[in-house]
Design a protein around this ligand. Structure first.
Ligand code: PLP
Length: 431
């Protein structure tokens, strides 16, 4: 009996998060037993250079010694107290130091909780019910946010999720990304009823699709003119694309609320919502919007997050950016050499690849700019590419609709191993 057979006998589908399954590429998922720096090791003892990075948290690479030491030290002092701790303040202060608009910070355990709570706060603050989200953006799996929610559901070819009451889904207006006319039209169709627009600061859950220049600023301006809030979901981009996330990298817009996750937990479950003090004071016990968590601000988890943010200095971002540039360009060149059409999709150091060309796929830019355009890509080229890379010891996300995650631990040897694997993978994609 394989580990996957055992898992499938006790866990639905054999995985505890659908993106870990190999439905999008075929085969059984790797079962990992350890990870260090840029590498992971599976249950058969085989080592891979990793470009999944725990789906984002591993900015410094896996098991950074100083982060592990901070976790061990915190764990030795106690695992959970159910009372305020100094470590929570430290993490909240580190977040605010980097992202000035995060005036107040509430720590939670998952990105799903962060966005779900941000919507509740926005509704409580504005007294309105409706939310605008963009097709292809993933904000976690709360009921109202699962419509056209990008990678996980796209890989499984699901339009949304069963089990979401129609009345909940009806509170979410889903419109096309990078389409300002659609934002204006939604506000015009529902005057005085929209509480907030939520957007991935730069979309990275339908592959990477950066916002058009000025898009975030214009959406924020429209929302504010209509008395609605602008929520920037930086769960994935926050503290990854730069020291102050996409907000810091792009500049020029002011969110009322932001959500963070992934990097701020350094590999343990920490996420946050943050933003304007008057809006954040809606949260209980300061205000009437309820939210709580037995393990919120868990002392071991915040120690990992604070250690990670303290270590994530300019040198870390420079290394991640440089490795991302090298890998993205090498993939493009390898595919070009085999005559495989591809668009390299970038948002800072995040990148993914959309197979196809504007002519073949009807893209409005050099690559896809919307979810419909993403879905028109030649995703069937990805499984053979993925498996050729895996055979050569490179662990990629098992879906054509995911970003690749580089870390500061991707040294020359790790990058060389990726580059060496590319020609055969490109040939597989061409076939
Ligand atoms: N928001 C974004 C932009 C994400 O990428 C994710 C997870 O991938 C989430 C929210 C949900 O976070 P979590 O998986 O911690 O619930």
């Amino acid at each position: 009996m394989t580990l996957f057979d055992r898992a499938a006998a006790v866990i639905p589908g054999g995985v505890n998060s659908p993106v870990r399954a190999f439905n999008g590429v075929g085969g059984d998922p790797l079962f990992l037993v350890s990870a260090s720096g840029p590498r992971v090791t599976d249950s058969a003892g085989r080592e891979y250079v990793d470009l999944v990075g725990s789906w984002g948290p591993a900015l410094l690479g896996h098991a950074h010694p100083e982060v592990v030491a901070a976790v061990q030290e915190a764990a030795a002092r106690g695992l959970s107290f159910g009372a305020p701790t100094p470590g929570e303040i430290e993490l909240a202060e580190l977040i605010r130091e980097r992202v000035g608009v995060a005036e107040l910070v509430r720590l939670v355990s998952t990105g799903t909780e962060a966005t779900m709570t941000a919507l509740r706060v926005a509704r409580g603050f504005t007294g309105r019910d409706l939310i605008i989200k963009f097709a292809g953006h993933y904000h976690g799996h709360s009921d109202g946010l699962l419509a056209e929610a990008g990678s996980g559901v796209a890989t499984l070819s699901l339009p949304g999720s069963a089990g979401v009451p129609a009345a909940f889904a009806a509170q979410t207006i889903v419109i096309g990304y990078n389409d300002l006319d659609a934002v204006r039209a939604a506000f015009a169709a529902h005057p005085g009823r929209i509480a907030a627009v939520i957007t991935e600061a730069a979309a990275a859950n339908m592959g990477v699709v950066a916002p058009n220049p000025g898009f975030n600023a214009a959406v924020a301006e429209i929302a504010h003119a209509e008395g609605a809030l602008f929520i920037a979901d930086e769960v994935l981009t926050g503290f990854r694309v730069g020291p102050a996330g996409w907000w810091g990298l792009e500049g020029g817009w002011t969110p009322d609320l932001l959500t963070f996750g992934k990097v701020i937990g350094g590999g343990l479950p920490v996420a946050a919502l943050a933003g304007r003090a008057d809006v954040m004071r809606m949260l209980a016990p300061a205000g009437p919007v309820y939210q709580a968590g037995t393990l919120s601000g868990n002392p071991v988890a915040v120690a990992a997050g604070a250690a990670t943010l303290r270590l994530a200095d300019g040198g870390v971002y420079a290394r991640v950016d440089a490795a991302a540039d090298t890998i993205a360009e090498a993939v493009r060149a390898a595919l070009a050499a085999e005559g495989v059409p591809v668009a390299v999709q970038r948002a800072g150091n995040l990148f993914s690849f959309a197979f196809g060309s504007p002519g073949e796929c009807g893209w409005s830019g050099p690559g896809p700019r919307t979810y419909d355009e993403v879905k028109a890509a030649q995703a069937w080229r990805y499984p053979p590419f993925f498996h050729a890379m895996l055979d050569a010891g490179v662990n990629l996300p098992p879906s054509a609709f995911e970003a690749w995650f580089v870390s500061a631990a991707h040294d020359d040897a790790a990058v060389e191993q990726i580059l060496a694997a590319l020609p055969a993978a490109a040939r597989a994609a061409a076939a």
